[in-house]
Design a protein around this ligand. Structure first.
Ligand code: SF4
Ligand code: SF4
Length: 323
């Protein structure tokens, strides 16, 4: 039996000539074939769940190949959030990330069952490729051939050079910023709900974590990603790969900052950085900062006085270094 596959090309967020050229070359080479459908949509992260692109994506059946300007893990879980679900296809390109998972750097390693382990998935595989890895179309076409060898046969195959009959959907999208959850890591501990003071998180009917009000998230705030014990929270547009869905470096940001500043480790923990980021966004929203105290005592100004002093001390130290 011949494998049928859909290829999704997720466009870049910005009008960048090099990126547009790569997208155009890929579209021209991925002409629809008996075994392949090509769908071009705006940037996956920005799509509206009720928009036409996601409606079209949900209609696709069978295996899926996704080419996006995103880390593959982020692309996979963005789709999952919108009901486009399947097994995550492993490719040779995932080598770094897989290695990180196997060494236990990816999460707490407590062995608690993930949310994904309790869910049933459709019998399909979703392969995601990061368009930032290569500047020419060839490596992507070669990777697709490894998944769907039949695409090189018959009219309109990868090497045919024929004019493509491409399905393109142009939703009106805007740039968004919200957390994306990797449910293969999330253990439903709910620490993110307790930490976030902007009402982004909730729970679904099965009492599993839900990013309920994504647009309540403060643009540029990645704080809860540092608090999650399983490194399950991604902000795909963050500049730090470990937060954006790339490889988790051993020790993460905590190690880097401690080395850089030579400051007391307790003041530079991920928790302290996350609390500072949350405070910054509370201030921007016109609300009172709460410091590193947990959200249960966040409204009690007396209880937060000491943690706030620590935060101020940290900021004073950083200011004094004149970095
Ligand atoms: S903190 Fe992390 S592991 Fe816990 S519920 Fe939130 S996303 Fe899941
Ligand atoms: S990044 Fe900040 S505002 Fe957004 S969900 Fe996390 S804690 Fe809430």
């Amino acid at each position: 039996m011949t494998l049928r596959v859909s290829v999704v090309l997720s466009q870049g967020q910005t009008v960048h000539p090099d990126r547009q050229a790569l997208e155009a070359q890929l579209a021209a080479r991925l002409a629809p074939h008996d075994q392949c459908d090509l769908l071009i949509v705006p940037h996956l992260y920005n799509l509206d769940s009720a928009g036409p692109s996601l409606a079209a994506l949900r209609e696709l059946s069978g295996d899926l190949i996704v080419l996006a300007w995103l880390y593959p893990r982020a692309a996979h879980w963005i789709l999952d959030r919108h009901g486009v679900r399947g097994r995550r296809g492993r490719t040779a390109w995932d080598e770094d990330e897989t290695a990180a998972d196997e060494t236990g750097d990816a999460g707490s390693g407590k062995g608690t069952e993930s949310v994904a382990a309790t869910r049933e998935l459709p019998d399909r595989t979703i392969y995601c490729f990061d368009l930032r890895r290569h500047e020419s179309p060839e490596p992507y076409l070669e990777a697709i051939r490894q998944i769907v060898p039949d695409l090189d046969r018959g009219d309109g195959g990868l090497d045919a050079g024929a004019s493509p009959a491409v399905r393109r959907i142009d939703d009106q999208v805007r740039r968004r910023w919200y957390p994306v959850i990797d449910f293969s890591r999330c253990t439903n501990c709910m620490e993110c709900i307790d930490f976030c003071l902007f009402g982004v998180y909730g729970v679904d009917e099965a009492e599993n974590l839900l990013v309920e009000l994504p647009d309540n998230c403060r643009k540029g705030c990645p704080a809860c990603a540092r608090v999650c014990p399983e490194n399950a929270i991604m902000f795909p547009q963050h500049k730090t790969p470990a937060i954006a869905g790339g490889r988790q470096e051993p020790g993460g940001l905590k190690l880097d900052l401690s080395t850089l500043f030579g400051a007391a480790e307790s003041l530079l923990s991920e928790q302290a950085i996350a609390a500072r980021e949350r405070d910054e966004h509370l201030l921007i929203a016109g609300q009172r900062p709460v410091g590193p105290a947990d959200s249960a005592s966040a409204s009690d100004a007396d209880e937060t006085a000491k943690p706030q002093d620590q935060l101020d001390a940290l900021m004073d130290q950083l200011d004094a270094m004149e970095l």
